[in-house]
Every structure is written in C-alpha cells, then in structure tokens.
Design a protein around this ligand. Structure first.
Ligand code: ADP
Ligand code: MG
Length: 909
C-alpha cells in the first residue's frame, strides 16, 4: 500500500529545538515525496492531492482524476488526505493570546508540525496541507474536484471530513455560500461541476441526504424514514439504501433548496433528540448516470467490424458514479464534550461508528486480513470508500488552539493512517438495456407505422399497375387482330396474283411445247422416211444380187441335177429315219416350247436386271415327280443337268422361289418342279431352306388345289426332310397337318408316296417322336395305307420302322416309358399283317418294326394278342437278313412274356 507519510515517518522524524533527533538517520534531509518509490508522486501543484491537472476534463489516466479503468481489477488509488487548519476564532484569539498555535504548517513541503511543547515538534506529511488562509475554492479543487471528475467518469467517489467539533468540517463541506458565494463549500461546488457536465436529456443526477445518529439512519429528505436499512450487494459489494428518498436534481437552485430542507430536517431531528448536529454523521449521496457517447464499453469485445445495424441495436453504454460526501460527527473525546449523562451513551454510539471507522482504517493500513466493516453502520456505508473501489479524499480539520492539542494529534494520526489505505478504482460501466428496449420500442412503432403506410401505398400502386396492364393488353390484342387481318388480306391478294402469273406462264409454256413437239415429229418422220429409203435401196441391191446369184445357181443346179438324182435315194432313207426320231422328240419339244415361252419372258426381265446375254437353254424333263425328274435328267444326259444348274445360277434361287407364288398356274407348276429338281441335290437343300423355299413349299401344300403341285412339292419336302435340322423346321411349320391334308385329298398314288416318304423321313427323328404322334403323323400313315399301292405301303412301312427304332432307342435310354405309341395309335395289326408281305421293301421294314417293338416287355402282351408272336418266330427263322433274324431270336429267348406266350401257344421254340 502506498503511503504519503507512512509510519516510518510518523512521529519518527522529529525536529527538536534542542537539535536532538530520536530515530531518524535522515534528520536534515527534507522529506521528499519521491524518496520512497512506492509513494505516489505529487508533482503537480495545481492538484496536489491527486496528481491530476486542475482542468476538470484533463485528468490523466490512472490517477484519481484519471480515465476509465480498463479491467475488472481496477487501478490502485490510495486514499488521499488533506489537512485543513481553521483560523483562530474570537474566543481563541482571546484565550490563547499568549500561546502559540499547536500546529505549524509548511504547505510548500506539505508538512504539518505538531508542537508537543515549546521545544519539541512532530512533523507529518500529508497529500495537501491547507492553511487557515486557504480559500474554499482552492480547498474544493485540491480535495474534491478530482473525485467529482471521477464520479462523472463512472467511478464511485467519497469526500469526507474528519475532525474535532468546531474545526470546520461543515464549513468545508456544507457551506451554502448564500451570504458570500466565495464561501460555498464542497457539496455546492461539486454539484455545480456535475450539473455543468451532464446532459439533462440523457443523463440523470439523483440525490439522497441522510443522517446517521446512534446507529440509526434517518432520511433528511423524508423525515418519516428514520430507520433506513442498508443493503449490500454480495457480488459487487455495492451498498444501496432502497428506503431513502431520491430526488432528481436538474439545476443548482433546486439542489440548494434540497440542502436547506435537509439541514432544516436535521435541525428538527436534533432538537427532538436533544442533540447537536455535531454528534451525528451527515451523508449526501449523489448518483450520477451518464450515457457514454460514441464509445464502446471498456469490457466490450467489439473488434471494430460492427455494422451500423449492429450499432443501432447496441444498448447505450452508461456510467454510474456515486459521490458520497460525509460530514462526520466530531471526533473529540467524551470528557471534553461537556455533555450530560445522556450523552455518554450517545457519545458511545457516535464513537462506535467513528472508532469502528478508525479500526477499519487501521486494519486496512496494516494490510490486516480482517477488516471489521460490519461493526457499525458507518463502516458498512463507507465500505466502498476505504479499501473498496471508490476514489476517496479525506480532509481532516484541525483547530490551532494548544488547549485541544490532544484531539488535534488524534485527528492527525487518523489522517496519517487513512493515507495508507489503498483502494482499487473500478469503472462502473454497464449497458442500459432498459433504455435500449425503450428506444427500440419507439423505433419499432415508427417502423410499423411506416410499413403500414408503405403497404397501403403499395396496394394502391399494384391496383393502378394492374388496371394499366389490363388496358395495355386489350389494346395490344386489338392491334394484333387488326394486323393479322391486314396480313391475311395482303397474302390472299399476293397469292391470287401469283396464281394468275403462274397460269399465264403455264399457258405460254403449253404453246411453246406444242410447237416443239410438232418440229420433233416432223424431224422424226423425215428420219424415218430417210431410213426407209436407204432400206429400200439396200433391199433392191440385195434383190439384184440375189437375182444374179440365183441365176448362177440355176446354172449350177442344172449342172448338178444328174448328180443329185443319185443322191436322192440315199437322202430319202435318211429322211425316214429323221421322221421317226422327230416323232419321238415332238412331245418333249412341245412341252419345252411352252416352258421356253415363260422362261424367255422371265429371262428378259432377268437380263435387264443382270445385264446379261440371251435366255439360255431351258431345261427339260420337269414334268414328272422327283424320281422321274431324276431319271429323266439321268436319261437326257449331263447336258440337261447342267442346264438346270445353269438356270439356277443365272436366274437365282430367290427368283425361282418367288415364282412359286406366281399368279399363272403353269408358271407355278414349272417353278415347283425346278425347285424339286434342285432339292434333289443335297448341295442345294440348305440354300433352298435358307432362302425360304421350305416355307413356300409347305404353303403350296396348303394353298394350291393342283395335285401336280401337291405331288411335286411333297416330293421336294420329302427330299428336304432327309436333313435333321429341316425335319424340325417342317414340324414347327405345321408340316404334319399339311401333309395329312394333302394325303386325304390325293388321288394319285405318287402323291401319297411323296407324302408318306416325307412323313417316313420325319419318323426317323428321335426328338420329334411325341410331337409327330401328337399331330397325327402315325394316324396319317395308317390312312395312307388304304390306297394299297405297294410303293406307297413301302414308304409307310419305312416310316413305321423308323418310328419303332427311335422309340426303342428312347425306351432303352429310359426317356420313354409305357406302351409304344404305334400300338397306342393302332398300327400293330397293320404291321403284323404286312410283316410277311410279298413286296420285299414292305416286308423288310415291317419285320424291323416288329423286332424293335418286341425289344420292350411293355409291348409284349399286345404283340402276343395281335399275333405278332408267330411273325417273330418266322422272322427269327426265315428272315433273309441275318441281323434281323438274330435280333428276333434273341428277343423271343429273353422275354418272359414271349416265352410264356410260346408255351401257351405250344410253339416249340
Ligand atoms: P464543525 O462542523 O467542525 O463542528 P464548523 O464548520 O461548524 O465546525 O465551524 C465552527 C465555526 O468555525 C463556524 O462558525 C465556522 O464559520 C468557523 N470556521 C470554521 N472553519 C473556518 C475557516 N476556515 N475560516 C473561517 N471560519 C471558519
Ligand atoms: Mg459541523
């Protein structure tokens, strides 16, 4: 804690008339405020108490009169103490006339010398030493002004007077200066400065005035409040008096009246209590709230980027400073007060507060851990002033009379200790949210009103714009309709004109063309005539030559007539031979001629397309079934075969196939014959199928009613059906039903032979068994046999044998179970019946079929009952083919049913 005149000097640095010193080693050294580095420097004479400049708003930061503390910890600020000496009053001038004053002041050295006796003094140093001549103004400026400045800047401040009764405490603090303005005390001057600084519109100055007497706090502005409670805020340590009257001060006059009123109440109270004002403590409290203009709060984290919007929403920053001016009760000892019995208690109370204050100051001065603040109301009220956050200035008042040397010494000691008390000054700054809310409310109302006005104006504007837009739209629509009509009429007119012009042009063209045509025609005629003329000429020439030639020939003929006559006999014989040959070929030639007719027509077209030579040779021998065609081709030699191949090559398969659907029946017949011929050659089969020939042939079976076509087509299909892949195609394209229908309508056994041959080929396909049977293939074969022609029966037998063979294979592999489908469809009687046929192809196939059927036990019973057993026995013995014989034998020997059957029929086998 900084000390202005610490214990080390107090009473230890003494000047003695005898020149003796007691303790100090620095006897002759003048006391220097700068000698102790921890001691604040008081260089500025104009503000000796604080180090602040005398200008009200020029205080330097960190000093008592300085700027804002920038953190919560505050800045250190020692309690400043001034001593003021009252001039001798009239009584003293008389009573102490022969005595010197007990104090001697050295204001320039800020020292006070207290006379102990005629030759010994104690020297004390204060922050300011005010002589009996010090003016009230000067006292205000050095003691109070820095504190008042602090209050205006948001610090709490305390100005207090301590001293014996009659030494001028009230004179220093409370003089109103009504008789002489120069006498105005600190209270009046402080208020003058405050009022000069605050803005009445945004700042406020509130005052309460109280008296503390015998531990009871009385409201001097509301005398009925005679026991006001003290409320301490635990967090901030702030003390407030919620019961005290607070009067807002707007001008100096009202403040003076308030002080007068307070004084009157104090006087009344003291009269009532039968006491003097000197025995009570008077407290004036001034609450100053100021709005900080254009400044951020000290603790704001604003980084300077805030927008104006943010600024407008920021609550105003306010600083609240509280100035407490305390006129303490007299500090004199009780025995000197001249009071009666009652005042002893009273003095105790007075001294309770005062002595508590003294104890607190002692504790603070000694940095003691415990400060007994709660011992009295005065110390509770002043807890912020000593060791708190306020700036505190204490003026101790002393009188000059040596008779009161004791009180004076005690007062001086009090002041000395108070100088050691260090406060931590804190800026009382906060955001005024209430006022922000008020301001925002007003702003909001304004905005709402403005918004409503704008909304209304906007609606009116929208209506106006809508109406205008409607007008414009209807006008635009009218204009558009007019324009469209105009355009339409214009185009119509243009169009009519164009048509007219075109017609004229056309007429002109027609005329021109007519003339041209005539000219061309004449030229053509001329050319034609010329041509005829030259032809006539050449013909005439040729005729003349012929005449000459004939003439010479006639001569030759005549000459050779004799020779010729001998030859005639010879030639006659040759002619007869020729006639014979001619008759033979005539039938064939007539057919070829008709064919040639069609093919030459076709060849013409083909030639055009292929840009080739003449129609070539037309193949003959097509008017017969496949086998006949084959034999005919064989018979007519390689030349004809080659012509079919040549035709195929020249005309193209696709073209030939397309003729299958020709409208002319003859062409169709010839075409199907050619295709049948081609299908007989294995090399052509694939090409025919790929080119869609198979499909066309099947279609012909269904669509044509011509039996020749049926026969030849069925023959072609039979040839194609030799290939396994084609068999599937035939089946998938409804071949069985087409072939069955064809058979049912057939009259020619050759047709039936072709159909049966085709089905027989299909019967040899393992995969198609079920489908073939399902579509009536077997039934169709059994129908066909009705015709009785051995060639037909041979094909049927082949088909049945094929089917039986496949079925037997499937049964052996396990993919077929149950009775043979042949037996199911009733083929067995026919097989048995024909098994011993005279025609060897029929017999061979039926024998084979029986053997295959016999391979499977499931067929045995039916076979036995249908008489197949006999045939099997015969086959096993008589069949010319050894493999069939062996097969039959092995089957009979291995089948239990057959063995049983043989036994039953008593066939010895
Ligand atoms: P206190 O309040 O300490 O009891 P007062 O202020 O009432 O003392 O002073 C007592 C008397 O002394 C008053 O008449 C006052 O006018 C007078 N007095 C005090 N100080 C001075 C001074 N500095 N100059 C002139 N008169 C003074
Ligand atoms: Mg007084």
């Amino acid at each position: 804690m900084a000390s202005g005149g610490g214990n080390n000097r107090n009473g230890t640095h003494r000047n003695s008339l005898k020149g003796t010193t007691t303790t100090s080693t620095a006897t002759d050294k003048p006391l220097s405020v700068n000698s102790n580095p921890s001691k604040p420097a008081f260089k500025n004479k104009s503000s000796p108490l604080t180090g602040a400049s005398s200008g009200l708003r020029k205080s330097s930061p960190g000093s008592l009169g300085g700027g804002a503390a920038k953190d919560d910890a505050g800045v250190p600020g020692r309690v400043r103490v001034a001593v003021r000496l009252r001039p001798r009053n009239a009584e003293e001038s008389v009573a102490d006339a022969d005595f010197a004053d007990c104090v001697e002041l050295q204001p320039e050295l800020k020292r006070l010398k207290l006379r102990k006796n005629n030759w010994d003094t104690d020297t004390y140093e204060f922050d300011e030493v005010l002589t009996e001549f010090a003016s009230q103004k000067r006292v205000y400026e050095v003691v109070a002004k820095p504190v008042v400045e602090g209050v205006l800047d948001g610090y709490n401040g305390t100005i207090m007077a301590y001293g014996q009764t009659g030494t001028g405490k009230t004179y220093t603090l409370g003089r109103l200066g009504e008789e002489d303005t120069a006498n105005r005390g600190i209270m009046v001057r402080a208020m003058e400065d405050i009022l000069a600084e605050v803005s009445p519109e945004i700042d406020s100055v509130l005052v309460s005035y109280l008296q503390l007497y015998m531990e009871s706090l009385q409201d001097l502005l509301g005398p009925t409040n005679d026991n006001i409670s003290i409320v301490e805020e635990p967090k901030s340590g702030d003390v407030s008096l919620p019961g005290a009257t607070l009067v807002e001060i707007r001008d100096q006059q009202s403040f003076l009246e308030l002080l007068r009123l307070g004084e009157a109440h104090r006087h009344a109270a003291n009269t009532k209590l039968n006491t003097e004002s000197s025995r009570s403590h008077a407290l004036l409290m001034v609450h100053v709230k100021r709005t900080v203009k254009g400044r951020e709060p000290a603790h704001s984290s604003d980084n300077g980027n805030s927008t104006s919007m943010a600024r407008s929403l920021r609550p105003p920053l306010v600083r609240k400073g509280k100035l407490v001016v305390v006129d303490l009760a007299g500090s004199e000892r009780i025995d000197k007060s001249g009071s009666d019995g009652h005042t002893r208690e009273e003095a105790k109370s007075i001294n309770l507060s005062l002595s508590a204050l003294g104890k607190c100051i002692n504790a603070l001065a000694e940095n003691s851990a415990h400060v007994p603040v709660r011992d009295s109301k005065l110390t509770r009220l002043l807890r912020d002033s000593f060791g708190g956050t306020a700036r505190t200035s204490l003026v101790i008042t002393v009188g000059p009379s040596p008779r009161h040397r004791g009180e004076t010494a005690s007062t001086i000691m009090f002041g000395q200790r108070a100088m050691k008390v260090e406060n931590m000054l804190k800026l009382k700054e906060e955001f005024d949210y209430k006022s922000l809310a008020r301001r925002l409310d007003i702003q909001l109302d304004k905005l709402i009103m403005e918004h409503e006005r704008k909304q209304k104006a906007f609606e009116v504007e929208i209506e106006r714009i809508t109406a205008e837009a409607q007008n414009r739209i209807s006008e635009a629509e009218r204009n558009y309709a007019d324009a469209v009509e105009k355009e339409r009429l214009k185009y119509q007119k243009d169009y009519m004109e164009s048509i007219k012009k075109l017609e004229e042009k056309w007429m002109m063209n027609q005329q021109n063309q007519g003339n041209e045509r005539k000219m061309v025609h004449i030229a053509e005629e001329v050319a034609e005539v010329k041509k005829l003329l030259s032809k006539e000429t050449s013909l005439r020439k040729a005729a003349e030559e012929e005449v000459d030639n004939l003439k010479s020939q006639l001569a030759q003929l005549k000459m050779s007539e004799a020779l010729a006559n001998s030859e005639i006999l010879k030639l006659r014989k040759m002619v007869e031979d020729e006639v014979c040959q001619k008759e033979k070929l005539e039938g064939e030639i007539s057919m070829l001629q008709s064919q040639l007719l069609h093919l030459s027509f076709e060849a013409d077209e083909t030639r055009k397309r292929l840009d080739r030579g003449g129609p070539g040779k037309v193949p003959g021998g097509l008017d017969s079934p496949v086998s006949q065609v084959r034999s005919q081709l064989k018979g007519s030699g390689n030349g004809e075969k080659a012509s079919v191949a040549k035709l195929f090559e020249q005309v193209g398969l696709q073209k030939i196939l397309s003729l299958l659907e020709a409208e002319d029946a003859d062409v169709r017949i010839h075409a199907v014959k050619v295709v049948a011929n081609l299908a007989a050659e294995e090399t052509n089969q694939q090409k025919i199928v790929e080119a869609g020939g198979l499909k066309s042939l099947l279609m012909l079976l269904g669509s044509s009613e011509d039996e020749t076509i049926h026969r030849v087509a069925a023959g072609a299909i039979a040839n194609l059906a030799m290939n396994e892949k084609n068999q599937e195609l035939i089946m998938s394209q409804g071949g069985i039903s087409l072939l069955s229908t064809t058979a049912s309508h057939a009259k020619d056994p050759q047709t039936l032979r072709m159909v049966a041959g085709a089905i027989a080929n299909l019967c040899g396909n393992d995969k198609l068994q079920t489908k073939l049977r399902g579509e009536g293939g077997i039934k169709a074969l059994l129908e066909i046999v009705k015709c009785g022609h051995p060639d037909v029966l041979a094909q049927v037998a082949r088909g049945i044998a094929n089917f039986a063979k496949c079925e037997s294979r499937a049964s052996t592999q396990g993919s077929k179970t149950g009775r043979s489908l042949l037996i199911e469809d009733g083929a067995l009687p026919w097989i048995v019946q024909n098994a011993n046929s005279d025609a060897s192809p029929i017999r061979r196939h039926t024998e084979l079929a029986l053997c295959h059927l016999a391979q499977h036990e499931v067929n045995a019973k039916d076979m036995i009952s249908e008489g197949a057993l006999w045939e099997l026995v015969r086959i096993s013995q008589d069949c010319p083919r050894e493999d069939i014989r062996t097969l039959a034998h092995r089957t009979l020997a291995s089948s239990p049913d057959f063995i049983a059957g043989l036994k039953r029929l008593r066939i010895d086998y």
